[in-house]
Design a binder for this molecule. Structure first.
Ligand code: GUN
Ligand code: ZN
Length: 440
């Protein structure tokens, strides 16, 4: 017979509520040294201390105990490109040259459905291996790439947001659509996938330079017809890119104003990078409740610049963490937090361990307007989480044995950690990834 209820006992750490200021995170930290989460049909039915929870466990429930690990909510990646998985670590260029030299030739391969399926499968496995349970994902211009990704996600019950790239200029022929096919193809994909299981759709213009005004207008029309779907694009990443947008759209007040003009800002719009926003753009981000994906490994790898994370708090703009594979250099959110910390250091700012955890979980959920369903262990939320082994290497064991408290332990994990620390990943209550016992 089917086991309807499962439970996990262990050490839990999460952030209980979203906050308006970084300084408020500390009060929302919930650390349960011996806790239990009871899961029913993919959702959290009960969470709290083991002492209180054990009596609530149905007699036939399956209980998994992780006495030595740390369980946190599933990591949320608010910006990543699945077709760029194979080209991570491409040498020597900044954004615009990097796109022409490496990215576009790679993405052409995804016109082939079976190629798309092969890489989508690898990509989803890699997310899970790194503890990422939800991601906002760029596909390519080809609808086949979107089908491949959503099929791979559906097989594992993952909550993924993704969409077909819109691009009708300044790219190779094999990678372009038109204003009209961008609209009709995206519309068909929305009808097919949005709200199908846990899948959600994002209208995905690559960035302003590769869309004509006509195409952006069609994208805005589609968003108006389906206000519930996401908008996902790039914004203000690189100085040459920004200058190019100003040349291409001289009538618009700023880079963000291009998107805003076509109705592409809003509470379900996510803009990757935003390294060089002007004051008016920050105001527009706030006023429209748009979100930013902060992509530290990518911003450093492509030499794009230092993202001013503090401004997101000062200006009241939602922000999540993005790996931005393949300009980013790791699928892993611990490594991404490592570089985020150093980006802050270079600006004479701090990134506390708990703020880091917030951005990787509940804050990311908020950036994706999914904080009612994801991001912590609150009762009723979807049961996505990661079991972390803090002691995956000899150095980590030594450092963790000296940890002063859970904050210090988690901070050290973000500095030393990677996929070796991901012991298991749960999606909708099911262990979809379990690390093999013999490790490197
Ligand atoms: N801007 C437009 N396309 C891309 C892309 O594929 N990666 C990054 N990092 N920036 C972009
Ligand atoms: Zn990107």
């Amino acid at each position: 017979s089917v086991i309807a209820t499962t439970a996990i006992r262990g050490r839990f750490l999460d952030i209980q509520n979203t906050v308006a200021q970084a300084r408020d995170i500390h009060d929302q930290v919930r650390y349960v040294e011996d806790g239990i989460v009871i899961i029913h049909e993919g959702k959290i039915q009960w969470f709290g201390p083991w002492q209180e929870g054990q009596s609530r466990l149905p007699t036939n429930a399956e209980l998994q105990h992780y006495p030595d690990q740390l369980i946190v909510p599933g990591f949320i990646d608010t910006h990543i490109h699945f077709p760029q998985t194979e080209m991570v670590g491409a040498y020597g260029e900044q954004l615009l040259e990097w796109l022409n030299t490496y990215t576009f030739p790679t993405e052409i391969q995804f016109q082939d459905a079976s190629y798309s399926e092969k890489i989508a499968e690898f990509f989803v496995q890699e997310l899970l291996k790194n503890g990422t349970t939800t991601a906002l994902v760029f596909c390519t211009v080809h609808p086949e790439s979107v089908d491949a990704l959503f099929n791979a996600a559906t097989m594992r019950n993952m909550r993924l947001i993704a969409g077909k790239v819109l691009m009708d200029r300044h790219a190779p022929e094999a990678l372009t659509d038109t204003a009209e096919t961008a609209y009709t193809d995206s519309k068909a994909l929305i009808e097919k996938w949005h709200g199908q299981g846990r899948n959600l759709y994002a209208i995905t213009p690559r960035f302003a330079p590769t869309s004509t005004p006509e195409q952006l207008q069609k994208a805005g029309q589609l968003k108006a017809e389906y206000p519930d779907v996401y908008v996902h694009t790039h914004l203000s990443e690189n100085k040459n890119e920004i200058a190019w947008v100003k040349e291409l759209f001289p009538e618009r007040e700023s880079y963000l104003d291009v998107y805003h003009h076509y109705g592409l800002t809003g509470s379900k719009s996510v803009f990757a990078h935003c390294v060089h926003l002007e004051d008016e753009e920050w105001d527009c981000m706030h006023q429209t409740d748009s979100a930013i994906a902060f992509c530290p490994t990518s911003n450093l790898f492509l030499g794009s610049g230092l993202f001013p994370l503090k401004k997101t708090w000062d200006k009241g703009v939602k922000v999540g963490l993005g790996t931005d594979i393949g300009a980013g250099t790791s699928f892993n959110q611990l490594q991404t937090l490592n570089e985020a910390y150093k980006v802050q250091q270079l600006q004479d700012e701090k990134l506390s361990a708990f703020e880091a955890l917030y951005h990787a979980t509940l804050g990311g959920a908020k950036a994706l307007s999914l904080d009612d369903r994801l991001g912590n262990f609150n009762i009723g939320k979807e049961a996505d989480f990661v079991v972390l082994n803090l002691n995956a290497t000899a150095l980590q064991q030594l450092r963790q044995s000296r940890a002063k408290n859970i904050e210090d332990a988690f901070f050290a994990l973000t500095m030393l950690g990677d996929d070796r620390n991901i012991a298991a990943t749960y999606v909708y209550g099911v262990a979809v990834y379990v690390k093999a016992a013999a490790s490197e």
